[in-house]
Design a protein around this ligand. Structure first.
Ligand code: GTP
Ligand code: SPV
Ligand code: MN
Length: 630
């Protein structure tokens, strides 16, 4: 029975049913009984495998089709009336053609099936930041994941009320045909359509589709920001708390940084980290002229491989109950889960992510096809499970004020461990200049260096140049802006070893960042690219990291990864100029051209004080660089 009298909701559900022709419509009320019954049904049909109730209570394993294991960027479309509005970096389709195509694919596709209607909230229901959505889907997996990742149920319909607005989301699994897979966004109609997938970011429509692509569009028009950022809080030994947001591309360390456990040296001093979010931040300007952020999600859709007790204890703990695992391996000895990096020893009796027995003897770390778990296998875990979740996370009023924004990516060379922007616009420039090696989070080649401005390349719902301009414009509205930094945990030596320990030891960098945000900032070195720490100001106490066999990390190694190589940066600037001049050109704000000119000038001449005067950028050279390994 329909759970609302809202005509717009009822019309959307009816239109969806008329198209897909399900046998049955079930409204998700969010009750524990209903969710329990759906889990039982999914176990019966084989869609979910029940895991060991004693070791992993209320946890399940799901395997997707092998052609459906990640976001599909080349099948993701922004469907605006004007192609220009979607911009050159997004794939675009005419909205009328897109709807016709989707209708053709989805027509009758739910025959013999049930269509579930999921009312959900991004943000705490009823809070100032909250926005609501209705997703219809024929997948129980989607219902159960949305129930973890968002706030679901009747309370949402009550808030939408009799004529409130919401984002419409239509999802039909169809035949999971990769050739007919489309993830379509209609920002002008508050509509998302997803067909022929049943995987994560393609189908949990509250996440990337709504909370980033549609929300970034709304944010531009309404004066706020939707970003691919984690949010964390740091408590200092004297009890003071500061908050930080960080944008890293997919599978580049947001979940890990958000749940970081500081080295013992720091916990002994009294430092503490709390998590507010690990993937998405909605950010507004507060009355005090600072930026305030919330995490609109209610769970973590985290990367499984590499997660273990030592690398990310808090994430692992989060998966111990009420979790759905996707495409990890099944340990049949005790019906628990396994993935590469969970334990050093390889378990013997394992079914791999495709459902076949796995032979540990054939496992070769360098050959992903021998892995038991898919490299983009994930856990969907309730945020409330996380041992270090912040008390601000679920509170109706509490956004958190940001002291710092951090950008970062996977860069084998060039980019130092950390550096600080000279001011807001320079920070925006640094974000716009981000490049990172691709990961398994999206279909396609892995390890290819590509531009991923602000980690939003796959997620900005409109023209990238206008998105940059929005950032610049926000800067004019923030009286007390956060400082902006860039980090790189992924520098490698000539043998491909990571030169920085990363994970918990990133606390050492975080401390420097926050010391730069204090009223009496620690000193820094002004370089061609911004402010870089003096090596002695990063605390290496008790750091015990072996870069490669027998070689322990020392101050020299720190100095090496803090060095700014002007020659490399001159090339970087030239390559960036090619990117700017490529497709975004006309809509790149002048402020960013000025920063580029400054960077070029700083890298060219040996000067004590870096130049700040803008020079006209030289004629473009097309971008050619494909890999970062030099
Ligand atoms: P999405 O959920 O895809 O947006 O990813 P994310 O940014 O949350 O990435 P996540 O924290 O899950 O990290 C993904 C991968 O990066 C894992 O394989 C981690 O082991 C690795 N990683 C994270 N932090 C570090 C680090 O500090 N150093 C190194 N070397 N690897 C890291
Ligand atoms: C990402 O790819 O950035 C993710 C996973 O966080 S997904 O939800 O699939 O987009
Ligand atoms: Mn993400």
């Amino acid at each position: 029975m329909a759970l609302t009298k809202n005509k717009k909701v009822l019309d959307f559900v009816q239109e969806s049913a008329d198209l897909a022709q399900p046998d049955k419509i079930v409204w998700i009320d969010g009750s524990a009984d209903q969710i329990k019954a759906l889990k039982e049904e999914a176990v019966k049909s084989g869609e979910l495998i029940k895991l060991n109730e004693h070791l992993l209570p209320d946890c399940y394993l799901h395997r997707t089709k092998v052609n459906d294991v990640a976001r599909v960027e080349d099948r993701t479309f922004i469907c605006t009336k004007n192609k220009e509005d979607a911009g050159p970096i997004n794939y675009w389709m005419d909205p009328r053609e897109a709807k016709e195509l989707a209708n053709e694919i989805a027509r009758g596709s739910m025959k013999g099936r049930t269509m579930y209607v999921i009312p959900y909230s991004m943000g705490v229901v009823g809070s100032d930041f909250a926005k609501y959505g209705i997703e219809v889907t024929d997948s129980i997996y989607v219902v159960l994941n949305m129930n973890i990742m968002t706030r679901v149920g009747k309370s949402v319909l009550n808030k939408i009320g009799k004529d409130g607005d919401f984002i419409k989301g239509f999802h039909a699994k169809c035949n999971v045909d990769a050739e007919k897979r489309y993830i379509m966004h209609f920002p002008e109609d508050n509509l998302i359509i997803s067909v022929n997938s049943a995987y994560g970011g393609n189908v949990l429509l509250g996440k990337k589709c709504f909370a980033l692509r549609i929300a970034s569009w709304l944010g531009k028009n309404e004066g706020w920001m939707a970003e691919h950022m984690l949010i964390l809080g740091v408590t200092f030994p004297d009890g003071e708390k500061k908050y930080v947001a960080a944008a890293f591309p997919s599978a580049c360390g947001k979940t890990n940084l958000a749940m970081l456990i500081p080295p013992k040296h720091y916990t002994d001093l009294g430092y503490k980290i709390e998590t507010i979010g690990d993937d998405i931040a909605w950010i507004r300007v507060g009355e005090d002229g600072r930026l305030w952020a919330v995490n609109p999600e209610n769970g973590f859709f985290g990367v499984a491989p590499g997660t273990n007790e030592h690398s990310n204890y808090n994430a692992l703990q989060s998966t111990k109950r009420g979790t759905i695992f996707t495409n990890v391996a099944l340990n049949t000895d005790d019906m628990t889960v396994w993935w590469e990096g969970l334990t050093k020893e390889l378990p013997e009796h394992v079914i791999d992510w495709t459902g076949k027995p796995w032979n540990p003897a054939k496992f070769d770390k360098k050959d992903k096809s021998t892995c038991a778990a898919h490299p983009n296998s994930r856990f969907t875990a309730p945020a409330g499970n996380c041992p270090c979740i912040s008390d601000k996370f679920n509170s109706e009023k509490d956004a958190v004020p940001l002291s710092a924004i951090i950008f970062g990516g996977r860069r084998a060379s060039t980019t130092p461990l950390v550096y600080e922007a000279r001011d807001w616009n320079h920070g925006v420039f640094i974000g716009s200049a981000m490049s990172s090696e691709t990961t398994a989070a999206a279909a396609g080649a892995v390890g290819v260096l590509r531009h991923d401005p602000m980690a939003m390349k796959p997620f900005a719902g409109y023209h990238m140049g206008d998105y940059f301009a929005h950032w610049v414009d926000m800067g004019t509205k923030i009286k007390n802006p956060p400082k902006i930094f860039n980090v790189n945990w992924f520098r490698t030596d000539k043998d491909g070893n990571f030169m920085w320990p990363g994970f918990g030891d990133n606390m050492r960098v975080l401390e420097w960042i926050l010391k730069r945000c204090s009223d009496t900032p620690v000193d820094a070195e002004e370089t061609a690219i911004g402010y870089v720490p003096k090596a002695e100001d990063i605390d290496l106490t008790d750091l015990d990291y072996e870069i490669c066999a027998g070689k322990k990390f020392g101050v020299d190694d720190l100095t090496a990864i803090l060095t700014v190589d002007k020659e490399k940066w001159a090339k970087e600037a030239e390559e960036l100029e090619g990117y700017y001049n490529g497709t975004i050109k006309d809509r790149i704000p002048q402020e960013l051209w000025d920063c580029l000119a400054t960077l070029k000038a700083n890298c060219k001449v040996e000067k004590k004080t870096p130049a700040t005067a803008a020079e006209a950028p030289a004629k473009p050279k097309p971008a050619a660089k494909k890999t970062d390994k030099e």
